[in-house]
Ligand binder design. Structure first.
Ligand code: AMP
Ligand code: MG
Length: 355
């Protein structure tokens, strides 16, 4: 279904101390069934009233999102989860107390208080309390739980600025709240907390080691095994789709740093020899390592947070740059690097091992 054309309002708002009048107007748009994009500490979200099935449905249409990919319910306090989840296991409560507000989404038993459009028909529901003054003020003002995926066209890199949202969704949604760049730059960790041992379905800002400290054991979903792009049937439906992808095909090169740079140089020479225009997604340290080709640096080698914060903007920069192929340096998948490596793998059409 193509979305109706809307006049999208673009409202600037102070990211740390939002103007109550703007929040009041945005909250009222949400309550009336409209779509509002807002900043969070991970990426920008596209919110709808989670209690209004038709409003939720319009998120899927605006984004072109597959109907079987469920949404995260954003709340402004733990009491809201107790009200809308079917049940809150003790371990999940401890995780909420430790990590909320923050980049951890908890999958819990669902309930019929939330329309089926949100969970795409699953019996579970995902909840998160974002750590951003604009997001929290908006949810409180709306007075309802807010269903919100990332505010990008489906398949594209998630938006880390209001400009990214505008370029994907202008004319498809009601309001964009511009509260400055989102902080972390990668989406939340999605953790299935319905069983005895929590399962990481999508790596994100909260690492498995951090979860282990609070929950004891934690395991990674099989689809996150080294090098896997999503074989079999992932338990997080969203993980079966290709994501975060720039327009040009991307080849990801993983392994030891020196070998990665060497391999990319070789690949670049091969593509250039066949008349292809090459772009390289690199680290600050290697921006001058590739001769004449276009390089877009995303963060520094030993600073995963800096790579996360700039990754999606870097991927979007290749769109419109005229390159035919992107060669991307991999990252060490430890700590926050696991989330970054996962996004790179899912954006890439091909993965090459350099060791
Ligand atoms: P997005 O909001 O676009 O970053 O995507 C939300 C992610 O959470 C997707 O990967 C969904 O598949 C996942 N998700 C949401 N609800 C559930 C659920 N009930 N069970 C498993 N995964 C979920
Ligand atoms: Mg998304």
């Amino acid at each position: 279904m193509t979305p109706e054309t809307k006049r999208t309002a673009f409202w600037r708002v102070d990211g740390s101390c939002p103007d109550p009048e703007i929040i009041r107007r945005a909250g009222s748009v949400l309550r009336r069934g409209g779509l509002v994009a807002f900043p969070t500490e991970t990426v920008y979200g596209l919110g709808a009233n989670a209690l209004d099935g038709r409003a939720v449905e319009s998120i899927f249409t605006a984004k072109g999102r597959p109907r079987d990919n469920p949404l995260i319910v954003h709340i402004a306090g733990i009491e809201m989860v107790c009200r809308y989840a079917g049940f809150v296991p003790e371990k999940a409560r401890r995780l909420m107390e430790r990590f909320w507000p923050g980049p951890l989404t908890l999958v819990l038993p669902g309930s019929d208080k939330i329309p089926k459009e949100v969970s795409a028909g699953l019996s579970s529901l995902a909840f998160r309390m974002p750590d951003h003054p604009v997001a929290l003020a908006l949810i409180r003002e709306a007075g309802v739980p807010v269903a919100a995926p990332s505010a990008n066209l489906s398949g594209k890199p998630s938006p880390t600025t209001a400009r990214h949202v505008y370029s994907d969704l202008n004319g498809r949604i009601d309001v964009i709240l511009d509260g400055g760049p989102a902080g972390m730059g990668v989406e939340s960790t999605v953790l299935d907390a319905t069983g005895d041992v929590p399962v990481v379905l999508r790596p994100g800002g909260v690492t498995p080691d951090q979860i282990r400290e609070t929950a004891g054991a934690v395991v990674l979903d099989k689809s996150l095994a080294d090098g896997a792009t999503a074989p079999g049937r992932p338990r997080s439906p969203g993980m079966k789709y290709r994501h975060y992808a720039p327009s040009a095909p991307m080849v990801l090169v993983e392994g030891d740093r020196a070998r990665v740079v060497e391999e990319i140089r070789k690949l670049a020479a091969g593509y250039a020899g066949r008349g292809k225009r090459v772009g390289v997604l690199c680290r600050e340290e290697s921006r001058d390592a590739y001769g004449g080709v276009l390089t877009v640096p995303a963060g520094a080698v030993c600073d995963h947070a800096s790579v996360a914060a700039s990754l999606y903007d870097a991927l979007r920069r290749f769109d419109g740059s005229g390159v035919d192929v992107i060669l991307a340096e991999g990252v060490d998948p430890r700590g926050l690097g696991l989330a970054v490596a996962n996004r790179l793998r899912r954006a890439a059409g091909r993965i090459v091992k350099a060791d």
